[in-house]
Unconditional design. Sequence first.
Length: 256
Amino acid sequence: MPKVRKKTSKDLSVYITSPKGTSLSAQAVSTVLESSSPLSHLTHDVGFHKERINILTTAFDGTHLITGGFDGKVRLWDVATGECVRVFFCQKYSLSRVLITPKRNRMITASQFGCKELWDLKKGDRLADLSHLQGEPVFYDGTYLFCRENFFRVHLFDKKRPESKASEIMVYDVDAGKKFSSFKIEESHLRSLAVTSNNEKIAAISDDYCLRIWDIRSGKLSYRSSKGFKFQDIIGITPDNRFILLRSSGRIEVRA
């Protein structure tokens, strides 16, 4: 199994691995790394958020910015002019996540206490209340919403038995408002989750530091890393859906 080692900084190395003997292009790596890098500041902000901004992402192929604040409002900004073109009055609670899908120009907002809403990004209309869907939103492709939830199991009839960890990934059909499928992890809590752009695979890392990959359609677990590897989280999946970038103990590993 060939390995290509590329230095990206003094203390960070990228390991590129492919079981088929092919190397991962530098462009594919940089695409994932750039998309995972947090933006340090907003270039156009005229101060209309009453509270601190805690969410920043792009929309409409990068021509617009979306900001979310502790005031529960989402604002859409024109990058070229710096103007705020639309305000979404989501919840009175602080926003925890905003998910954008370019395919249908839709947005899902999530805030405290499980509040979730579906919006038309172009028109500004609120399309649905999704608060009845269980879990924390992680990824939305315009059709399916992927959520995660960590919880503890308490054994009521066996007090000597300690409580145990468990987690679940839920996939919802947003238009139907129903659960499409779910994937469970026993004895561990989810740390990181990513979905391939073709909606065929889910990759997850839990606090046992194992990488798991499921086939979404069949629901089968297709891969689980050995206990010798200790992966911290998933940085991203390359656009061709062939490689996963993983962070582990001060380095980034790329796995096919």
